[in-house]
Design a protein around this ligand. Sequence first.
Ligand code: O7M
Length: 216
Amino acid sequence: MRIRHRLILALDVPEIDRARSIAKAVSDQTDGIKVNWPLVLAGGLGIVRQLAASGYVLCDFKIADIPNTNRLIVEQAVRAGASGVICHGFAGEDSVRACVEAAGKTDVFVVTELSHPGGQEYTAKFAEDFARLAVRAGATGIIAPATRPDRVKALRGIVGSRLILAPGVGAQGGRASEAIAAGADAVIVGRAIYEAKDPAGAARGIAEEIRSARPR
Ligand code: O7M
């Protein structure tokens, strides 16, 4: 993944036309579009294909099954043109390795500690293990919570130069500048952009805040 703006749009917009127009409006402020179940369940994998025609699409299917099923899911995402996929670490090393093998040149990111309050109940207890697992399995990077910059910093110490993408900015209370200053390579932002009256303006504002935290 090529990081320039340090900003990825979480396009959790189940109205296909609106989703397409928001993606287009913010394309020059973002490094890619993260597509999750709300959009894929509404639009099918065809929407991944369409978005992939004009940029980096990260399929956030939070894959967490046995290795064979993981492989089959990743193959579908790759066939649809995804440049990256996201899997969970809790299904175990063999399951993550199956994703990495099936992905080939496609990026794989492993979720460590979820950004919402419930993420502290279980995932936080194993976040370091998941980060180590991601490194061992040859993943591209990890997902770490922008809502807890101290955790981003701790996980950076484990993953070295692998990428850290941090969701939880805006609607969940995290600040882009703090996540980036703590060591995230990019933030993932959904509602603060797609629910704004002017999504392009909102994306520009976040991109500016990021530049102030870590100038290019
Ligand atoms: O900015 P939001 O809160 O509207 O959206 C955040 C997006 O990031 C949304 O698509 C979530 O599914 C995702 N996300 C989290 O919010 N927290 C996490 O810990 C992990 C993710 C994620 O992207 O995992 C890959």
